[in-house]
Ligand binder design. Sequence first.
Ligand code: ZN
Length: 441
Amino acid sequence: MKNGSPVTLGGSADFSLSPTLRQLSIDLFDRLRETSLDGVGVSRETYGASETAAFELIEHYARDFDLDVEWDSARNLIVRLPGTDPSQASVATGSHLDSVPEGGNFDGAAGVVAGLAALIDARERGTPLRSMQLYALRGEESAWFGGPCYFGSRALFGALKPEDFASPHRNGRKTLEDSMRESGADIDLLKRGDAILDPTRLACWFELHIEQGPVLIAREKPVGLVTGIRGNVRHRHVYCHGEAAHSGAVPRWLRHDAVLAMSDLLVRIDEHWRVLLEWGEDLVVTAGVVETNPAEHAVSRVPGEVTFALEYRSQDPKTLESFGALVQSECDQIGAKRGVQFDLGPQSFTESATMSPPLIGLLESICATHDVAHEVMPSGAGHDSSVFANAGVPSAMVFVRNDKGSHNPHEAMDFEDFFLATQILSEAMWHAANEQEDYRS
Ligand SMILES: [Zn+2]
């Protein structure tokens, strides 16, 4: 099956989530919020008690609906609806249950609530051929342990690194290993790098998630289908070294102004970005931190040094590579012209991920059949789905329109949009669980 080719679909004729599942979703979001209120927003701490409480809530609801429940060695929670043929690879969905500190209630949790609703919906339809699974995943957010993220999903594929375990908690009093141990994870197994899950045992993976940008609101569409997840290159401390000088006494031609050199660089980078977009490349660029040295900066001093952060993201690793070369070449040229030196410092790299064209095709067919306005779009934010896709599991994501951004308490997802996206997820999973399609081909 090719992207966009027609798929024969079954399912309910009116294509709306049942009243029972609507109420269940609203109740679950309410209970999740109650268990994790922090006075400002919600805080579900990676491998902390508040995250575990959310997991136990999902477990409780899953058991109430007679679904099988299992905790894996990384303390991810797996909810299962067994299929008639256990030899077949399963169809899976899921997302994370942690949040950033003082975050919103829908980031991550929406995918878990939707997944549970999809499994209950499937059981109402009958018994699928393939087993259907929901993964509630641990620790997706980077906010709690100083940068690294996707702990639960990477643990599934034996991809945690030794340095992950030593990551310090933001309170400075413990490490990720301490928190994992407290929540009952099998640290020895995880440290050996043993995979918990064989990726070939998953026929495909779906993740529903709120959109964390403004595109669906701007386009007035309730649902997005994700083509890929942008990888990124980050230089946290770019240093530009010029020469400090008296702002009144030194003329322009004798200056080596570090701030003007940085500004020159950022303007040139912005122009390259504009041109690359015109060529159809996918790219976003941000200099999110800029600082002169407070110990010596002054209104009357030509700045001799400036540090700044530079991050660029793209779905295409080749774009990241060629943009990196452009940045370096501009640093060299501006350095020569202005008599300054740029040092890009250490860089970190996060892999991009491509979503499965046949699965995007399946989702598009469902949207077309049921007349759902949708946007096909990249994901600028990282998600657990990138870990599944890069482990070789055919993956797809459904975005739900969401106002006021994410990683803040003001996330504003309309429940009607969520019900619609959940119905699309449920339909896609039911289809994939009853067909023999090999989404790997
Ligand atoms: Zn998320």
